[in-house]
Design a protein around this ligand. Structure first.
Ligand code: AMP
Length: 442
């Protein structure tokens, strides 16, 4: 087994890793760190939960320690681009944790907060800047930041950047970097626009693939409950009767849906909070903090809000609605079973969502166990599904982050009679192998 000390990392980094409780590198770390320390470019095909943050953060910190160069004002030595504010904050926390015994200036630039303090921070010069693309471009445009001395760029969750429409801003940012630089490119999946961006950016990269693109995390115990659309909320409450659902992320497709589901859980005694793009930064942070500390059992989230969130000890992922794409399914269930732990994913699927289920099974090359929880229905209903009655999705309600309106209505009606209680999942709360950096669930 490779040890961190075999990788030739600076002693101050090894000390920080020991303090984090990391015993051995994860596969992506063992494969990526040596070539990155030699200055190679890297294409990493990996989901979150594989340890990819440390895979890129450790060699960057190692190089900064070796060079001991103070960054000039309004510059950054390394730049990490991340799709969401939450992920950017987490990546910066990881850099600070791994670099805690050396003095690094690590900064975060994200939208939704005022420009002033960010301009002041940039004025001092940074070793590492973690940013979302939109706000970063504002600062480049106003002259608060220049990238002509940046030597390393990391693009994290590139496929998610594509979903959010960040491809053009990324290309603009990359055009401001010096020609001679190190490029690190991470994506869980490789749609063709991403493959083409990688091709343009990378120079003879080492390719590290820890799980094949769009392959479901193997340790997640997955199951599907076939339910009547109108009974979903009650089935969800019944699932929470099982104490094994100690710490569950519930995914909905729309922001409004997230609010409604969260309110329904609260009304039935299940502590819950919703996070999505309409919540303020403070509301999001509070919801995440309450969930991390175990004050709420459920975090109801849209894909955009939850992607990249790193919370240890998530016992279950519940898909209240199946996502539009198999890639989103893979990302969702990757919220549990992190860093070697186990976890369970339960998907509530109504008749209208069966094509989505088939697409997930096809893409992930697996057949998911299905439990039929529908109330008794005449046989022909199987062939000609009854339209769910009330509360269709309103025209303006579309999956958060989707660029064009979705055609499919989402039933959220009153519960149907006869929904049976769920079988206890039997999944116990996963134990993580390592102590964590900041503010994570104990
Ligand atoms: P990531 O894929 O970077 O989001 O990392 C997922 C989780 O794994 C985070 O909670 C990290 O703190 C944790 N982690 C990363 N590397 C290691 C390691 N070598 N040993 C134990 N835990 C790790």
């Amino acid at each position: 087994m490779t040890k961190f000390s075999d990788l030739g990392l600076a002693e101050v980094i090894l000390r920080a890793l020991a303090q984090e409780g990391y015993v051995a590198p994860t596969p992506i770390q063992a494969q990526a760190i040596p070539p990155l320390m030699q200055g190679r470019d890297l294409l990493g095909i990996a989901q979150t939960g594989t340890g990819k943050t440390a895979a890129f953060a450790l060699p960057i910190l190692h190089r900064l320690i070796a060079e001991r160069r103070r960054p000039a004002p309004q510059t950054t030595s390394a730049l990490v681009l991340a799709p969401t504010r939450e992920l950017a904050a987490q990546i910066a926390d990881s850099f600070r944790a791994y670099g805690r015994f050396a003095r690094f200036n690590v900064g975060v630039i994200v939208g939704g907060v005022s420009h002033g303090p960010q301009i002041k921070m940039l004025a001092g010069g940074l070793d590492v800047l973690v940013a979302t693309p939109g706000r970063l471009l504002d600062h480049i445009g106003s002259g608060a930041l220049r990238l002509d001395t940046t030597r390393t760029i990391v693009l994290d969750e590139a496929d998610h950047m594509l979903d959010l429409g960040f491809l053009a801003p990324i290309r603009k940012i990359v055009s401001r970097l010096p020609k001679s630089r190190q490029n690190l490119f991470f994506s869980a999946t490789m749609p063709k626009e991403i493959a083409s961006l990688a091709d343009d950016m990378l120079n003879d990269p080492v390719c590290v693939q820890v799980t094949p693109a769009a392959t479901t995390a193997e340790r997640v115990d997955q199951r599907v409950l076939l339910v009547d659309g109108a009974a979903k909320r009650d089935v969800l409450v019944e699932l929470f009767a099982d104490p094994a659902l100690a710490c569950a992320i519930v995914f909905t497709r729309t922001k409004r849906g997230a609010d409604r589901v969260s309110q329904h859980l609260e009304a039935h005694g299940v502590g819950s909070a919703a996070i999505h793009g309409n919540k303020s930064q403070n509301q999001r942070l509070r919801a995440l903090d309450d969930f991390r500390r175990g004050r709420t059992r459920a975090l109801v989230a849209t894909d955009i809000a939850a992607r990249g969130i790193d919370i240890d000890g998530v016992t279950h992922v519940v898909n209240f609605e199946l996502p539009e794409t198999p890639e989103a399914y893979v990302h969702r269930i990757g919220r549990t079973a992190r860093a070697g732990a186990g976890g369970a994913a339960i998907s509530l699927c109504d008749n209208s969502e069966r094509p989505l289920l088939r697409a997930i099974e096809k893409s992930t090359r697996q057949s998911l166990p299905v439990i039929d929880r529908r109330s008794a229905q005449p046989a022909q209903e199987e062939r000609a599904p009854r339209r769910a009655p009330q509360e269709h999705r309103r025209p303006h309600e579309r999956p958060e982050g989707s660029r064009k309106p979705a055609g499919r209505a989402q039933p959220h009606g009153k519960p149907a009679a006869g929904a049976r209680p769920a079988k206890p999942s039997g999944a116990s709360r996963p134990q993580n192998s390592g102590a964590k950096s900041s503010g994570r669930r104990p």
